[in-house]
Design a protein around this ligand. Structure first.
Ligand code: NAD
Length: 300
């Protein structure tokens, strides 16, 4: 049994922490939300009175927080986790944040005698509950070997991406591809409608041809093709436009900082921003198809 501290018991963190409890680990959890703490205690976890209380005796600490500023605030400073935990503690930050903050916090943790990796995830709330998340891990070999003992319980694929920060790099590169591909599939179905090609025929042909991609064959954005997709559930998320925008903004900032030309990634960000401006923030990102339909013959 490993003693695990878990900070951030939100949509993703709560099911992850609950799976660790179910696997027999001693898990002390903390969240600013009293409701999240109550839910965690109800599933057998130990509700800690503060973040420090949650990590003080932990061997491994996992954080699942909204953004880079929360991660830096929770880890660093006089009352941060790095000061509070015992030497040699392994920190795993599974939040999606910018590469620079991930590397900065890891350096501070390493200088203080800790191990740390950036371990963002792909898969969403359903995969968090099922324990099938994909983890993209950036950091030292020693940290990765230790991390696997915990991550194998909450994840289906645990991949060592390379040095510190490369987990976050993999996450934003992947989601930039995803955001672009989803728009391309939506545009293709809008074209098919206009040209008199049945949606099911386009799906059958492109699924077996070179246009094939996850956004088409697993997460098809038009209704009545794949029963389990958000398209058949009023575009309820899933993966909300707001989350996609967060990741595309991280990708755009990284591209600008590094001088990489990502014109289509930038355009995708602008198009999801246009959805957001029309109040479609909470809709699944595949709702871009509905956005296209709604704005037909209008300038976006
Ligand atoms: P969420 O907002 O549901 O959960 C975040 C939790 O962190 C909240 O419960 C909040 O109260 C807590 N929190 C914030 N500051 C805190 C602090 N100082 N101390 C303790 N708790 C604090 O968000 P989520 O959907 O669970 O996402 C978490 C992270 O995972 C984000 O970085 C997100 O980008 C990433 N992610 C989310 C999904 C998804 O589908 N939801 C998928 C992949 C990655």
């Amino acid at each position: 049994m490993t003693h695990i501290g878990f900070i951030g018991l939100g949509n993703m963190g709560l099911p992850m922490a609950t799976n660790l409890v179910a696997a027999g680990h001693q898990v002390s959890g903390f969240d600013l939300s009293a409701a999240a703490l109550t839910s965690f205690a109800a599933s057998g976890g130990i509700a800690a009175s503060s973040a420090i209380d949650a990590v003080i005796d932990a061997d491994i600490v996992i954080t699942m927080l909204p953004a880079g500023k929360h991660v830096e605030a929770v880890y660093c400073g006089a009352d941060g986790l790095i000061q509070a935990a015992k030497p040699g503690t392994l920190f795993l930050d599974s939040s999606t944040i910018d590469v620079d903050t991930a590397r900065k916090v890891t350096q501070i943790a390493t200088d203080a005698g800790m191990l740390m990796m950036d371990t963002p995830v792909s898969g969403g709330v359903a995969a968090a509950a099922a324990g099938t998340l994909t983890f993209m891990c950036g950091g030292a070999d020693e940290a990765f070997a230790k991390a696997k003992t915990a991550l194998d319980i909450v994840g289906g694929n645990i991949i060592h991406a390379g040095k510190s920060g490369t987990g976050q790099a993999a996450k934003i590169c992947n989601n930039m591809m995803l955001g672009i591909q989803m728009i391309s599939v939506c545009e293709a179905f809008a074209m098919a409608d206009a040209l008199g090609l049945e949606r099911q025929k386009l799906f059958d042909i492109s699924s077996a041809a070179s246009g094939q991609c996850w956004s088409l064959t697993t997460y098809c954005p038009v209704p009545d093709i794949i029963p389990t997709t958000p398209a058949n559930n009023d575009y309820k998320p899933g993966f909300a436009v707001a989350m996609m925008l967060k990741d595309l903004r991280l990708a755009a900032d990284a591209a600008e900082a590094m001088g990489v030309d990502t014109q289509i990634g930038q355009k995708a960000k602008q198009l999801y921003e246009a959805m957001s401006l029309q109040g479609m923030d909470a809709m699944d990102f595949s709702g871009y198809f509905e956005f296209l339909t709604k704005n037909k013959n209008k300038e976006i």
